[in-house]
Design a protein around this ligand. Sequence first.
Ligand code: ATP
Ligand code: MG
Length: 284
Amino acid sequence: MKFTGSSQYVATQDLMLAVNAAITLQRPLLVKGEPGTGKTMLAEEVAAALGMPLMQWHIKSTTKAQQGLYEYDAVSRLRDSQLNDAESAAKVRDIRNYIVQGTLWQAFTADQPVALLIDEIDKADIEFPNDLLREIDRMEFYVYETRELVRAKHRPLVFITSNNEKELPDAFLRRCFFHYIKFPEADTMRQIVEVHFPGLKKELLAAAMKNFYDVRNLPGLKKKPSTSELLDWLKLLVAEDISAEALHSADQKVAIPPLVGALLKNEQDLTLFEKLVFMQSRNR
Ligand SMILES: Nc1ncnc2c1ncn2[C@@H]1O[C@H](COP(=O)(O)OP(=O)(O)OP(=O)(O)O)[C@@H](O)[C@H]1O
Ligand SMILES: [Mg+2]
């Protein structure tokens, strides 16, 4: 099993190395990086490239580790117990009918090896990663209600993504292989754009990339635009049939690009950018 990139996803050499290292070590791959740098998509693409089904667990601030294992549906059981037919009575007697399997359980008991994505682990509370240590290490857990041990038939290939909103505990980090997706350099970015817009006019791409990196490199931005925002913006430029010339300022200085709302997402950044453009125009 080796990941060598895919036609939909541009993977740099070090990213491929990281994926393969995680496969070899049989440890989860912890992927960090700015929003929109392809963390979630990486799991989808690796799974597809290796021919594995992908099970996804999207973490929210209210998600508990237990929900990934199983949940006991006590409410349904109580309701069924109040019905007066024989069928419900038989159902109520077996507690297994009210155990709802979580994503981890499904991944553990799948008939073929699967990939498992635990997306945005930093959204959950601080205890969440610690609560999953044993499950991730030993690939097993105990169901107290039915006194059964669920053990992975095949070790799933685990991807864990984080946007760095919270620090992860050391004990958890020890069990992972770590990779930080650096913001793509111009060359890689051009390849990514090519995947999404094959045959885009060279002049338009060059002008758009210059504008994009000018905006991104502005010191003091609150939210830097990322890969997915560049792709959105290009889509708009193509849809609105905006020419490369419209993106150039006459003297190669920074100008406010059209449809800038695709790139800058708050008023402070917009003001900062406008100020810079204004100062440059006065220095002419
Ligand atoms: N290396 C890449 N190759 C091809 N497309 C990419 C790449 N990186 C990012 N993209 C594009 O950017 C979009 C956003 O990627 P994705 O949703 O995986 O980002 P993310 O890192 O998970 O962001 P977030 O942290 O906000 O969840 C993708 O749908 C894809 O179109
Ligand atoms: Mg994501």
